[in-house]
Design a protein around this ligand. Structure first.
Ligand code: SAH
Ligand code: SF4
Length: 339
């Protein structure tokens, strides 16, 4: 069975042409799937009976299945999803007054092994297919949650799955599908430099980079991948992103007690980001069982933010949400003991 969620607009049009149909059938199908949430081909009344029969026999619209839903006291919802081969991933919905952000996964587990991340501890299982990536968005919208923003900040390193990621990003920003603005679709990466370039050449999505340290000495203790792509290379890629897109990169910085959260680190970060058009997002560390790091206290985070702001670097604090259900940044593990 061919899963139609694997196709972006271009490839879906090609698919119908190969069946001897006109390309616009692909556009009609996108609207049935992403606007009407219809999965029963027999009800698609603008397609011929013959085509409907063919599609029913040979194709399917299939998203991951919800096996568990948890709702946090602050309104955050986390779903544990099962894939066709039994693997598990997690997706988190963060409702706010004027928007709803969906945090989706890109891989089962992650190979990067960052020392502060629950997903990293799992190790890598496999890449998600395009259908499994866009299926998370489709599924939650189909439940009638108002998803206005998507962040690829769940389980996995999205750029190491870029070939399946790109069509899914297309569908998020495609008017005939999810129709989200490019400012509201954000891919977060640990900093795989050549793939950062590939991403901005092939997609309009916004970019967030997990920097987490003002120098290589600290960063390589936290992020093993820093040995391959050190900070200077990542900063250069951020500049290229800006030159290409005229949009700022989001620099993510997880605040770890006494590791990277001191004023001297803030000052070093200011120097590092000189001439880099960016916004900094300070993330409170979320503990998971078995980690030795501690979260910075609120005062330390405020003082750190102050140094950056005074130097003219736009800096926000990410609110810690969904921590009571292990749905906050870095807590997604999606293992079966959660069922
Ligand atoms: N692999 C990508 C995207 C997924 S992680 C990346 O690393 O960017 C999304 C964000 O959560 C990253 O900035 C990551 O560093 C951060 N994160 C991981 N573990 C965390 C933790 N325990 N507390 C807070 N943030 C964490
Ligand atoms: Fe992977 Fe991102 Fe976690 Fe690092 S922080 S282990 S790259 S998911």
């Amino acid at each position: 069975m061919i899963n139609l969620l694997n196709f972006n607009r271009v490839s879906l049009r090609d698919f119908f042409v190969e069946l001897g149909e006109k390309p616009f059938r692909g556009d009609q199908m996108l609207k049935w799937i992403y606007h009407e949430y219809l999965t029963d081909f027999s009800q698609m009344n603008n397609l011929s009976q013959k085509l409907r029969d063919y599609l029913s026999k040979n194709t399917i619209v299939s998203a991951p299945k919800i096996v568990k839903e948890q709702v946090s006291t602050d309104g955050v919802i986390k779903w544990l999803l099962q894939l066709d081969d039994g693997e598990l991933i997690e997706t988190v919905f963060i409702p706010e007054k004027t928007r709803g952000t969906l945090c989706i996964s890109s891989q089962v587990g992650c190979a990067m092994g960052c020392k502060f991340c629950a997903t990293g501890k799992l190790g890598f299982k496999r890449n998600l297919t395009t259908a499994e990536i866009i299926g998370q968005v489709w599924l939650v919208r189909q439940l009638r949650y108002k998803v206005t923003n998507v962040v690829v900040m769940g389980m996995g390193e999205p750029l190491l799955n870029i070939d399946n990621m790109l069509p899914a990003l297309d569908l998020m920003m495609e008017d005939l599908a999810c129709g989200l603005s490019k400012y509201r679709v954000t891919v977060s990466t640990v900093g795989i430099v050549p793939l950062m370039d590939k991403l901005f050449k092939a997609s309009d999505a916004s970019l967030a980079v997990s920097l987490h340290a003002p120098n290589d000495e600290i960063r390589e203790k936290l992020i093993p991948m820093n040995q391959h792509y050190p900070i200077a290379d990542i900063i250069a890629a951020c500049k290229r992103f800006f030159e290409n897109k005229k949009r700022k990169v989001i620099i993510e910085y997880v605040m770890l007690d006494k590791i990277n959260d001191q004023k001297k680190h803030a000052k070093e970060l200011v120097r590092l980001l000189e001439g880099v058009p960016c916004k900094v997002n300070l993330i409170p560390f979320n503990a998971s069982p078995g980690f030795s790091y501690q979260a910075s206290d609120d005062e330390t985070i405020r003082a750190f933010q102050d140094v950056l702001m005074k130097a003219g670097v736009r800096t926000m604090q990410r609110r810690r949400r969904g921590a009571d259900i292990q749905a906050a940044c870095g807590q997604l593990a999606g293992n079966s003991r959660n069922i």
